[in-house]
Design a protein around this ligand. Structure first.
Ligand code: ADP
Ligand code: MG
Length: 265
């Protein structure tokens, strides 16, 4: 599995002029092994607000009650996942949509009582991912996961887990070649908004501690640091530009590279 590229699609790819799906199909046709993990927070928020339910985020993660958990499962595991898979298959790719509950892929526990059914990943079982890759499919993973640890009897068997840690844990578990986050900013920026092209784990911790990095960027950083145990390259790049993913695989510049300390020059 050391040739696999794990790509997390953030909110940026759900725009009407997006070329990411085309890039995914092109990369598959080149023989690349891809695992896609997607978010979709904005779509979930939109569906919740149609029901008059407002959303609260803590450090980029949604406080999730039971109604929200049902909505997350329906919208991320259903609508968003199927739209991505349908688009890939329509353009001539071969993709299968799954979620963290399928094949027991992602097993988690709740983060804290305050976060409700927002979970954290405890264990990854990558058998289904490997089977799909070996059969020539791109697994497209919705981060709806199993509530497997410390679950009270009456609690639902499902957890809402942010797509960033799910992508990071999958990359770590399979020893992916690269982990790439496509997001809606140029990369990680300093306090003046300037792009930081290369960061070490220590520099990242300092940026988080000082508050320069906040919100949805925090789980991405944590995921990159986690994946670096087995994954050689982790990148956070701008998914709003056309063909970002294709250019990235072909050695593109831009974005932020997070490297192990010993590799920073
Ligand atoms: P995604 O859908 O890709 O997960 P998020 O909104 O969750 O997107 O996370 C990306 C956001 O993180 C950016 O839009 C930006 O508002 C925020 N952010 C916080 N701190 C930083 C930083 N230092 N550099 C860049 N983005 C940051
Ligand atoms: Mg996010």
């Amino acid at each position: 599995m050391d040739k696999v590229i794990v790509v997390k699609l953030g909110g940026a790819i759900f725009g009407s002029h997006d070329t990411t799906i085309e890039d995914i199909v092109e990369l598959q046709q080149q023989g690349r092994l891809l695992i896609i993990v997607h978010g979709g927070a904005k779509v979930v928020t939109e569906w919740l607000s149609r029901q008059g339910i407002s959303t609260r985020f803590v450090d980029g993660e949604r406080v999730t009650d039971k109604t929200m958990l049902e909505m997350v499962t329906a919208v991320l595991g259903g609508l968003v996942n199927k739209e991505i898979v349908a688009s890939i298959n329509t353009l001539g790719g071969r993709a299968v949509g799954i979620s963290g509950v399928d094949g027991g892929l992602i097993k988690g526990r709740i983060k804290s009582d305050q976060m409700g059914y927002m979970g954290t990943v405890v264990k990854v079982d990558s058998a289904l991912l490997e089977a799909l890759l070996q059969s020539g499919y791109i697994p497209v993973v919705a981060p709806v996961s199993l509530y497997s640890f410390d679950r009270p009897d009456k609690a639902p068997p499902i957890l809402n887990i942010n797509g960033d840690p799910v992508a990071g844990e999958i990359a770590a578990a399979i020893g992916a070649e690269r982990l790439i986050f496509l997001t809606d900013v140029v990369g990680i920026c300093d306090a003046s908004g300037k792009l930081l092209p290369k960061l070490s784990p220590n520099e990242l911790e300092a940026l988080v501690a000082s508050g320069v990095v906040s919100g949805g960027m925090i789980p991405k950083i944590r995921a990159c640091l986690r994946a670096l145990s087995t994954t050689s390259t982790t990148r956070i790049i701008d998914g709003t530009q056309p063909h970002t993913l294709l250019r990235e695989i072909e050695g593109g510049s831009g974005g932020t590279t997070i490297q192990r300390l010993s590799m920073v020059d």
